[in-house]
Design a protein around this ligand. Structure first.
Ligand SMILES: [Zn+2]
Length: 136
């Protein structure tokens, strides 16, 4: 069984990660991670933001390899990814991904980050290069 490392951000049940974002019912702006201060674009109050499921698919806009860190084990690559659903997010490139470059299309896979006392795998999304569109 998979356990989300960050349960409010994604549901570990589906085979492919789906992010829990929010969208503004007034202007349509989508946010991930979900915000709780109302819409930053049009000023609509928090009550006008609704939950939105965001497919973990997008385009790499920037990336950096981290060589010194406590967690996860370095080196690893952090990317800014413009999701198809709108938000620009910061996420890890999956260690098993083929080489990723800026402007590449990527999608998320589960990445094991540990094991709890009961033997459940804790997971986080990690992005991998889309080999082709049909793969999703
Ligand atoms: Zn808005």
């Amino acid at each position: 069984m998979r356990i989300a490392a960050h349960p409010h951000l994604y549901d570990p049940s589906p085979a492919t990660p789906v992010f829990h974002g929010v969208t503004c019912t007034d202007c349509g702006r989508a946010y991930f991670p979900p915000i709780s201060i109302g819409c930053e674009v049009c000023g609509a109050p928090q009550a006008r933001l609704e939950p939105l499921e965001l497919a973990a698919v997008g385009i790499v806009r920037a990336m950096a390899t981290v060589h010194v860190a406590r967690h996860p084990d370095p080196p690893f690559t952090v990317a800014e990814i413009l999701l198809d659903g709108g938000p620009l997010i910061r996420a890890l490139i999956h260690p098993e991904s083929a080489a990723v470059r800026i402007d590449d299309r990527v999608t998320a896979r589960w990445r094991a980050t540990g094991m709890d006392q009961a033997g459940n795998r804790t997971v986080e999304p990690g992005f991998v290069l889309c080999e082709n569109e049909e793969q999703q």
